[in-house]
Design a protein around this ligand. Structure first.
Ligand code: HEC
Length: 90
């Protein structure tokens, strides 16, 4: 089962919430908008996992570009829980 408190704590610890707020645009799209894009799709979880492990180039709201943040945690169960939490926010 989803542990939302642990997921949010990990998102905070990994710095995700510095750029992504739950329901409004910050330096990047909101977690809700991410959920709306990926929830219910067969590859939704894999896409999010790739985004936070491979360091693809992204464009911030101010127009600057950088490599996307990659997670420090290697705990697959905790990462999967965090991704499921994001997907549940839609
Ligand atoms: C330095 C700012 C920054 C941090 C920190 C950051 N992101 Fe992002 N993220 C972005 C930007 C910029 C994009 C590009 C999408 C956009 O906003 O247009 C993006 C895209 C994504 C996407 C793909 C969205 C899509 O359109 O499919 C996911 C998923 C995502 N981030 C999750 C995370 C998670 C989880 C974390 C924490 C591990 C995180 N991000 C940390 C800035 C950030």
């Amino acid at each position: 089962a989803l542990d939302a408190a642990a997921a949010e704590a990990l998102a905070k610890k990994e710095g995700c919430l510095k750029c992504h707020a739950v329901d409004k645009k910050k330096d990047a799209i909101s977690l809700k908008d991410i959920a709306r894009k990926h929830a219910g799709k067969a590859d939704g979880e894999a896409k999010i996992l790739a985004q936070i492990t491979t360091g693809q180039k992204v464009k911030l709201e101010d127009g600057s570009e950088e490599e996307h943040k990659t997670v420090k945690s290697k705990d697959q169960a905790a990462l999967s829980n965090m991704i499921q939490w994001i997907l549940s926010l839609k």
